[in-house]
Write a protein that binds this ligand. Structure first.
Ligand code: NAI
Ligand code: 3PY
Length: 328
């Protein structure tokens, strides 16, 4: 039987090589400009697409899915996190959801470790000083940071990225701890030299660095709320490359201002909006514009994953990276 080309709507421009390969395999539609789709455009997309390729900027919620036509069968997300997609509603409507894990793991773990180094070693302050004042010469008391080796790192969410971070932290001589929905196998723990904490509170209270690496789900929303953040040692810092919603950002901002938390390195912000403006004013805060997985290689591999998920589905099989409710 000849292969029927699926109608695939891609909500945002992807790397050229990915779009070119998609165009060979599918009937693809992308906007002429590189900008997020408006709500009206998204509604039009779910009415015509057999496969929708959204990204984390697109809110694929219940009301959008209610307007989807019966032809929509797969949402092949360009990205690992799927907290912008109502996976349960999609399932009820017989729409499969897939994502792009693994290919974002190493790059995002690099960014977590980069934020840890930046904070502990005060790299942004050094950069800013060079840019504004230039170098005034070496001084024993200038810009003393904290030694990375020997610090206790607590990883919240020991999945793919959490484990890749643990390996990096080992190489830097940090002591690795973790809290996860499920405890890892003994051999994996030994391999990662990681100590498991059943109690998140107890782990938070003892760490020098906390790294957030769990997905945003109903059970992780504000998992690090004001009460838990208050348990942190005042000299401890926190980094987040997962999703902003896992931390109560307003509580964190207040505590950073009050000196109750020593520093924060944030790649992600609640609701995927801009960071609290107060955070921008603080020298002990490092903000990045959600660039944890942003490498040329990674963005192409994410596209390749999307293609494999669609192609496998088109061939009558389940996409290899299918996401089901409750899985994350
Ligand atoms: N900043 C960036 O550019 C990127 C951010 N991400 C974010 O990182 C997240 C994690 O990615 P992966 O490591 O690939 O996911 P993963 O699914 O491999 O690992 C997540 C871990 O969190 C754990 N977890 C889930 N709920 C929990 C809870 N309530 N308490 C404790 N642990 C819990 C899971 O058991 C799992 O071990 C993604 O969901 C995404 O939001 C992913 C890629 C790039
Ligand atoms: O994949 C994700 O979830 C991201 O945040 C961007 O790569």
């Amino acid at each position: 039987m000849p292969y029927r080309r699926l109608t695939v709507v891609v909500t945002r421009r992807l790397p050229e090589v990915v779009e070119a390969r998609m165009a060979e395999l599918f009937d693809i539609q992308t906007g002429p400009e590189d900008r997020p789709m408006s709500r009206e455009e998204l509604v039009a997309a779910v009415k015509t697409a057999e496969v929708l390729v959204p990204n984390l900027r697109d809110e694929i919620d219940q009301s959008l899915l209610a307007q989807a036509g019966p032809q929509l069968k797969l949402i092949a997300n360009y990205g690992a996190g799927v907290d912008h997609i109502d996976v349960a509603t999609a399932r009820q409507r017989g729409i499969l959801v897939s994502n792009t894990p693994d290919v974002v793991t190493e790059d995002t773990a690099d960014m977590s470790i980069a934020l840890i180094l930046a904070l502990l070693r005060r790299i942004p302050e050094g950069l800013a000083r060079m840019q504004t004042e230039g170098w005034e010469g070496w001084s024993p008391n200038a810009l003393q940071g904290a030694r990375v080796a020997g610090k206790q790192l607590g990883i919240l969410g020991m999945g793919r990225i959490g484990q890749a971070l643990a390996r990096r932290a080992n190489a830097f001589g940090m002591q690795v701890h973790y809290h996860n929905r499920r405890r890892l196998r003994e051999e994996t723990e030994a391999d990662l030299k990681a100590r498991y904490w059943d109690s998140l509170d107890q782990m938070v209270a003892r760490m020098d660095v906390i790294s957030v690496n769990c997905p945003h789900t109903p059970s992780t929303f504000h998992l690090l709320n004001a009460r838990r953040l208050k348990l942190m040692k005042p000299e401890a810092v926190i980094v987040n490359t997962s999703r902003g919603e896992v931390i109560d950002e307003n509580a964190l901002t207040r505590m950073l201002r009050a000196g109750e938390v020593a520093g924060a390195g944030l790649d992600v912000f609640g609701g995927r909006r801009d960071a609290n403006p107060r955070l921008r004013e603080m020298s002990n805060v490092v903000l990045l514009p959600h660039m944890g997985s942003a490498t040329r290689e990674g963005r192409i591999e994410m596209g390749e994953k999307v293609i494999i998920n669609i192609k496998t589905f088109a061939d009558g099989h389940r996409p290899p990276d299918q996401v089901v409710p409750g899985m994350l």
